[in-house]
Design a protein around this ligand. Structure first.
Ligand SMILES: N[C@@H](CCC(=O)N[C@@H](CS)C(=O)NCC(=O)O)C(=O)O
Length: 210
């Protein structure tokens, strides 16, 4: 049994989506962000020293980092469907997108988000974040011009990694200038696994009412 330590409104939704695609047995242990600091509760530190989510427990091991979790689970349970064959050219591309999502793409969007909630004037950061957001989203938008999924016709675990980026860009109201990414988000949300992940995320989020 896989246990997912899930924090509301977090990257952990990626893992729920993947687990739904894999159709494996798993359980969710849910945590709520602090209403003032927005940080994870201290109990998550008992699971992993960083105290962040997602974290999974599997076969007696504890694994953090959404990218590592997705790479491991996809390879272990769906190497023939959600991961291109290791000797194909697509595999290299797959690895690039898998890692791009949490590295090059995540930082500018997070900076943009933090600057927005902070509201303070900056000397350098604001301009840097804007420029990097345009670079990253422009690159992705051009790439998606003639594709359904990040690798072309086949859906892969890299699309699940990318979902957090596209959803964050949507939440920051940035997708107006990137129509191919708006279309990509719609495609993602049509998959039953993504819909189940959204429903579960909702169910385990105590800030959601009604
Ligand atoms: N690079 C890590 C980031 C983990 C992370 O920062 N998770 C956030 C939620 S998206 C978190 O736990 N925030 C609460 C906190 O920092 O206390 C990953 O991809 O899993």
């Amino acid at each position: 049994m896989i246990t997912l330590h899930h924090l509301n409104k977090s990257r952990s939704k990626r893992i729920i989506w993947l687990l739904e695609e894999l159709k494996v047995n798993y359980q969710i242990k849910a945590y709520q962000r602090d209403s003032q600091s927005n940080l994870a509760p201290a109990e998550l530190r008992a699971i992993h020293p960083l105290g962040k989510s997602p974290v999974i427990e599997i076969d007696g091991s504890v694994l953090a980092e959404s990218g590592a979790i997705i790479e491991y689970l996809a390879q272990a349970y769906a190497s023939d469907t959600l991961v291109p064959s290791k000797d194909s050219a697509q595999y290299k591309e797959y690895l690039q997108w898998l890692h791009f999502a949490e590295s090059s793409a995540a930082l500018p969007l997070l900076l943009h988000y933090f600057l927005k909630i902070d509201g303070a004037k900056t000397n350098f950061l604001d301009g840097y974040a804007k420029q990097e957001v345009s670079l990253v989203l422009g690159y992705l938008n051009d790439h998606m011009a003639d594709k359904h999924w990040i690798l072309g016709e086949s859906f892969s675990a890299a699309d699940i990694m990318m979902s957090f980026i596209i959803e964050m860009a949507f939440a920051l109201e940035l997708l107006g200038d990137y129509p191919n990414l708006a279309k990509y988000l719609q495609e993602m949300h049509q998959r039953p696994g993504a819909q189940k992940a959204m429903a579960l995320e909702h169910q385990y989020d105590e800030t959601v009412t009604g």
